[in-house]
Design a protein around this ligand. Structure first.
Ligand SMILES: [Zn+2]
Ligand SMILES: [Zn+2]
Length: 409
């Protein structure tokens, strides 16, 4: 070890370094096998206790932890695996010989105590056969199948305890995003993945999103769909909808900041703000707080906007619905004409699409079929960020104004 440590890796050619890593990894596995064999012997011979430095005795995992500096859980796992592998001597020898890794051994050890010892001893050779061909994850899958076949009650107990552990937690990073962690049992994840993976497929050749990003987008698609079409429970007599309070000037060409508007569509609503309100100059949402104008432009594009006018004391003077709302009939007509997101190469169906104003409402763009197209959430965001334009859309029906002939003189 000391001689190897003295070698300067900077001075070795790549081929030698590769050989060094390969042989080092194998040596590590073999050493792990040897230590595991010794740990199993210590645990069994001492009946679970070992003499510690002070002359008293300590449980083997506690002692092992003090020696290896690993966590208590890891030390406990190591002791359990070492003992279990005594029932699989051929597997243990295979680890010591560097034939399979310690990780493989840990996976196979799960069979101990679940399958009759005699049958287990006999099956070692075939288990090793599989282990040599698989990585530990694949082997774990194989072992789960074996357990499902040979000891169903065990699998049932596992399912029941997984059911108990289910949870979902969401945390605001306060940096404009949220993080979540969750644990769901297999049966629930089967439902989730069936929907999520179907929506997370690559959309055409130009789709450069990573699988993680596509899954995140798919998650949002599912919730958007629920908001538009789902039978969600009422909140105070109305179906829940996303609703922002925004300054009147953002949503409408309004001269006075004292006037406010409220808006909503199946997915987004807007309330234009009051002077007295602490967030008078920016948009705010009830769950996630402030949002920028750029962020809201996409939502404003397909929202119902209502105007709330307040007096100086903050009293509501009037509440009027702004007329140019995209009607259900218009939505159906746009869906029938466009059939899916109009971005070239994208095929997201109407259920996942917003209706987008080609010329924005703010610039006087009318809410008429000729000015409306279907865009999926991703392409809608891209449009409002200026990343795609008319040339990127499939809109054969659209009559663009002819370029003016150059003036002759
Ligand atoms: Zn839009
Ligand atoms: Zn699209």
């Amino acid at each position: 070890m000391d001689a190897l440590a003295a070698v300067r890796v900077e001075s070795l050619p790549i081929g030698d370094l590769q050989a060094f890593v390969a042989r080092g990894a194998q040596a590590m596995n073999r050493l792990a096998g040897l230590t595991s064999r010794a740990v199993g012997e210590i645990q069994v011979r001492g009946g679970g206790l070992v003499p510690d430095t002070g002359g008293a005795s300590a449980p083997t995992p506690a002692w092992l932890r003090s020696v290896t500096k690993e966590t208590g859980a890891a030390a406990g796992r190591r002791v359990r695996t070492s003992v279990a592998l005594r029932e699989l001597p051929l597997v243990r020898d295979a680890i010591v010989d560097g034939d399979v890794t310690e990780e493989h051994g840990r996976v196979l050890a799960r069979l101990v105590g679940k399958i009759a010892p005699g049958a287990l001893l006999e099956s070692q050779e075939s288990l090793l056969e599989v282990a040599r061909r698989c990585d530990p994850d694949q082997l774990a899958n194989f072992v789960r199948h074996l357990l499902a076949t040979w000891c169903e009650p065990d699998l049932e107990a596992e399912e029941a305890s997984a059911e108990e552990r289910r949870f979902l937690q969401l945390r605001n990073t306060h940096k404009g995003s949220w993080r979540g962690t969750f644990e769901l049992p297999d049966a629930a994840m089967e439902v989730v993945l069936t929907v999520l993976e179907a929506l997370a497929r690559r959309e055409g050749k130009d789709d450069k999103r990573t699988s993680g990003v596509r899954r995140a987008d798919a998650l949002l698609d599912v919730f958007g769909l629920a908001l538009r079409h789902g039978e969600l429970p009422d909140t105070g007599g109305a179906r829940p909808r996303v609703s922002y309070v925004v300054p009147a000037t953002w949503a409408l060409r309004l001269p006075s900041a004292a006037e406010r508007a409220v808006g909503d569509d199946p997915t987004a609503g807007f309330v234009v703000d009051v002077d007295q309100h602490p967030g008078a100059d920016c948009a705010t949402a009830p769950w996630t707080g402030p949002a920028t104008r750029a962020q809201l432009e996409r939502l404003l594009c397909d929202a119902q906007v209502e105007r709330v006018v307040l007096d100086a004391a903050g009293q509501v003077v009037s509440l009027t619905s702004v007329t140019d709302v995209i009607t259900a009939a218009q939505r159906r007509a746009v869906a029938a004409r466009d059939r899916c997101c109009t971005a070239k190469g994208c095929s997201k169906p109407p259920a996942f699409c917003d209706v987008h104003h080609l010329r924005s409402r703010e610039d006087g763009g009318p809410t008429e079929l000729g000015n409306l197209v279907l865009l999926c959430r991703r392409h809608h965001v891209m449009w409002h960020r200026g990343l795609i334009d008319l040339v990127d859309l499939r809109t054969p029906w659209l009559r663009l104004p002819r370029p003016r002939a150059p003036a002759l003189d």
